[in-house]
Design a binder for this molecule. Structure first.
Ligand SMILES: *Cc1c(COP(=O)(O)O)cnc(C)c1O
Length: 431
């Protein structure tokens, strides 16, 4: 289906912006289409510049848990704009936000605000290294933690899609301290810890992997990780930039009942404005300047507008815990529907759901590890994506991303999604 205005804008954008986009996955490269340009969005719906409306399952890649244009999120924000948008001084809003986050995450004694998830993970690693006096860090295959040098090693999403194992422009000297192990691979984890005994400053992971599609962690893997890190004085960092305030108000750590030493947040806590946060035990966080020797700073960090909108959403989520049940129910409804459609059409596909996170993989292999994910047929996904888009359903334009549900998705949205899903799979496998 043609999207004339989008294609026109894209052409123009390509003259001024590398690849026409400010973040690679927006380019629709891996599904072989021109990218969509958005005019506006409300609730579960997004409207493109050609005037076509879609049910949106990207939700700005996570932040929009209450749906687009939520009046809960924007309440009193005009007053904050009139009061000046940034001061370079401390404000009460930052104190309120810190308190709100710490109350939700008992593993955190202190928290610092930054402007993106990338900044949060990068800074968390620096503190962990400063705190332990060690250089080595460990990450897991297929986990994405933003685009800072040390973490851009076998990461997910964009880098999986584009088959870039390690980005150009990252010196080998910078990543030589980054160890990589397999997600859900307990044996390999034990080997890494015995090979580098007492040398690893920090382990960082997505407690539910959301950047290689959705991969659920095995509980045994998480608890082994917790006990090995405790044993060796390694800082365990949960990157909850997606899962934080999404799978439960207290994030994946409360969902699984496993406490990390540090936590990174982003996405939902900014309600669509640029925000990140990292926090943890006081003895670790107090290594930060101005108290300690680890430097970290930000001109716009904790800016009042982002604090206000973020708090509006977090307060609402805290007061409405039923939202989490609702989102998980919606995810289950889609999961069951997808499975039924797969069976009926003979599609070679898998559905993975963990809490309210969900993903449809085009492979006949059960999905537990990064290697399983890599067996997916991305060309089939491209066809699927295109069919769904033409049917008015906007999915992530890449196989290695999940479905983001919100409180705004209605039963009718989900039913329509399943109906289009059935038709598209039928066309793909029988047509
Ligand atoms: C999105 C994401 C990041 C990076 O956040 P940005 O705000 O895009 O820099 C880090 N970790 C995870 C798990 C993410 O999903």
């Amino acid at each position: 289906m043609e999207r004339k205005e989008s294609s026109k804008l894209y052409k123009e954008a390509c003259r001024y912006i590398p690849g026409g986009v400010n973040s690679p996955v927006r380019a629709f490269k891996s599904v072989g289409l021109d990218p969509l340009f958005v005019k506006e969005a409300k609730g579960s719906r997004i409207t493109d510049v050609d005037g076509r409306e879609y049910i949106d399952y990207i939700g700005s890649w996570g932040p929009m848990i209450l749906g687009h244009g939520s009046q809960v999120a924007t309440k009193d924000v005009a007053r904050f704009i009139e009061a000046g948008t940034s001061y370079g001084f401390a404000t009460g809003a930052e104190v309120d936000m810190a308190k709100l986050i710490i109350e939700a995450y008992p593993s955190m004694d202190k928290v610092r605000m930054v402007n993106s998830g990338t900044e949060a993970t990068m800074s968390a690693l620096r503190v962990a290294r400063g705190f332990t006096g060690r250089d080595k860090i460990l990450k897991f295959e297929g986990c994405y933690h933003g685009h800072s040098d040390a973490l851009l090693v076998r990461s997910g999403s964009g880098t999986l899609t584009f088959g870039v194992a390690t980005s150009a422009g990252v010196p080998a000297d910078v990543v030589k301290h980054t160890l990589v192990s397999g997600y859900n691979n307990i044996e390999e984890l034990r080997n890494v810890f015995s090979q580098h005994k007492d040398e690893i400053a920090a382990v960082i992971l997505e407690p539910i992997a959301g950047n290689m599609g959705v991969v659920a962690p095995e509980l045994e893997f998480l608890s082994e990780l917790r006990s090995l890190t405790k044993e060796q004085g390694t800082v365990l960092i949960f990157d909850e930039v997606i899962t934080g305030f999404r799978v439960a108000y207290g994030g994946a750590q409360s969902y699984f009942g496993i406490e990390p030493d540090m936590t990174c947040l982003g996405k939902i806590i900014g309600a669509g404005l640029p925000v990140g946060a990292f926090g943890g035990k006081a003895e670790i966080m107090d290594c930060l300047a101005p108290l300690g020797p680890v430097y970290q700073a930000g001109t716009l960090s904790g800016n009042p507008l982002a604090m206000k909108m973020g708090m509006n959403v977090l307060n609402h989520l805290r007061d409405h815990p039923e939202i989490y049940e609702d989102i998980e129910d919606k995810a289950k409804f889609l999961e069951e529907g997808f499975l039924k459609n797969i069976k009926e059409t003979g599609a070679k596909a898998q559905v993975v759901r963990c809490a309210g996170m969900l993903c449809l993989f085009f492979t006949d292999r059960e999905i537990k590890t990064y290697q399983d994910v890599m067996t997916c047929d991305t060309e089939m996904y491209a066809r699927y994506f295109s069919g769904m888009l033409d049917g008015g359903i906007l999915l992530a334009p890449a196989q290695f991303e999940g479905i983001f549900l919100s409180a705004a998705h209605t039963k009718e949205d989900l039913e329509k999604t399943l109906e289009v899903n059935r038709m598209v799979l039928k066309e793909m496998y029988n047509g």
